[in-house]
Design a protein around this ligand. Structure first.
Ligand code: ADP
Ligand code: MG
Length: 353
């Protein structure tokens, strides 16, 4: 009997790691989550890695339930269907609406969540792709550019006919909330990919930076065909590109990032924009910033995007721009962290500071 008790005790010690010999880097959990219209991969390390990974999934699913435009029960859908009536909104949607207004203002209207009716007209929301007539586009642009959000103590209301789509900012916000979860679960390191929104948290096991590939926009049919690789720790890297979602009609390609100045898919000479920022202490909602800016800077084009960054007074960020004429342009802070894939055929330039 005594021997059995001792054996059970030893087993319990081994399982709980009280022997002090458990390497937190050996404890790893990887889960795939299909949410927010994309495939996500969550990899956490540390003794609480399974619980942390599932808590990240819960955070994503909770946000999706509130923010989805295609789920009729979400807060966003109810706001869009409210016909201009005031609706009380929860904390997450409140934060996102404030941020969206800020990014719309600071990007001179390139970022605009009231793009929703236009995105629907192009069929990007429901996958019924079509090229709307110029007349239809002009009519919808009035709604988009006349976007006004009424904020009252009781809640918020959209203008008549207006509706919102948080597709360009919600994953970045989810990444910010995931940072909080990882801190709460004392996760030492994690690699989170929310479909184009990467969170390189801590370092790789062993202390080297995470390697984050930037998709080659010309070779999207090849997984892991990169224009180059970034070495990052405690950072967000968010990419927007015209190759992510598109359809073709009469030999012309139409993608999902719409320019509120024209109502057409942005045609700025850029193939993709990657925005990189810190996720460490004092970085606030920088995941959301990366997401909003990757979309807006893609619309602006190379020169305007680089000027925008020079004049930016918010949280610092770095850029990797891939141009349609075959150049990769990185800002100075990434010079030591970006390696071009020589076989990709791109030329590398450092942007003037
Ligand atoms: P992805 O979501 O594919 O990673 P983005 O972050 O660039 O890429 O967001 C693109 C989505 O944002 C579109 O699918 C659409 O829902 C929405 N969108 C398109 N154009 C704009 C725009 N000018 N401003 C804000 N949101 C936009
Ligand atoms: Mg975005």
């Amino acid at each position: 009997m005594k021997r059995l008790t001792a054996y059970v005790l030893l087993l319990a010690l081994l399982l709980t790691g009280c022997g002090g010999s458990v390497d937190p880097d050996e404890a790893q959990e990887s889960i795939q989550v299909i949410a927010m219209d994309t495939a996500m991969l969550i990899t956490t390390y540390g003794e609480r890695s399974p619980a942390a990974a599932y808590a990240c999934e819960d955070t994503i699913r909770d946000l999706e339930a509130k923010l989805s435009r295609t789920d009729p029960d979400s807060e966003v859908s109810r706001l869009n269907a409210a016909g201009g009536a005031v609706l009380e909104v929860g904390e997450d949607l409140g934060v996102l609406l404030d941020a969206a207004a800020y990014y719309q203002f600071t990007t001179g209207g390139a970022f605009n969540i009231a793009i929703a009716p236009l995105a629907s007209a192009w069929g990007f929301t429901e996958d019924h792709f079509r090229v709307p007539s110029q007349e239809e586009i002009s009519g919808l642009l009035k709604l988009v550019n006349g976007f006004s959000l009424q904020q009252t103590p009781e809640g918020v209301a959209l203008g008549p006919g207006q509706s919102i789509d948080l597709g360009a900012i919600a994953k970045g916000y989810a990444a910010d909330k995931i940072v909080q979860v990882l801190q709460e679960y004392e996760v030492p390191r994690a690699n989170i990919n929310l479909g184009g929104n990467v969170l390189a948290y801590g370092t790789r096991p062993g202390g080297a930076p995470w390697r984050v590939g930037i998709q080659d926009p010309k070779r999207t049919d090849e997984p892991n065909a990169f224009a180059g690789v970034l070495e990052l720790e405690d950072s967000f890297a968010v990419t927007s590109g015209g190759y992510q979602r598109y359809f073709e009609e009469n030999g012309k390609r139409y993608h999902h990032i719409l320019d509120p100045a024209t109502g057409y898919p942005a045609d700025s000479g850029l193939a993709s924009v990657t925005v990189v920022a810190d996720c460490g202490e004092g970085s606030g909602l920088s995941g959301m910033m990366c997401d909003a800016l990757s979309t807006a800077l893609f619309i602006m084009g190379e020169e305007t995007a680089l000027d925008f960054r020079r004049n930016w007074s918010g949280l610092p960020f770095e850029l990797v721009l891939i141009t349609e004429d075959g150049r990769v342009v990185a800002t100075g802070g990434l010079a030591d962290r970006f390696t071009l894939d020589e076989s990709s055929g791109y030329t590398y330039e450092e942007a003037a500071s």
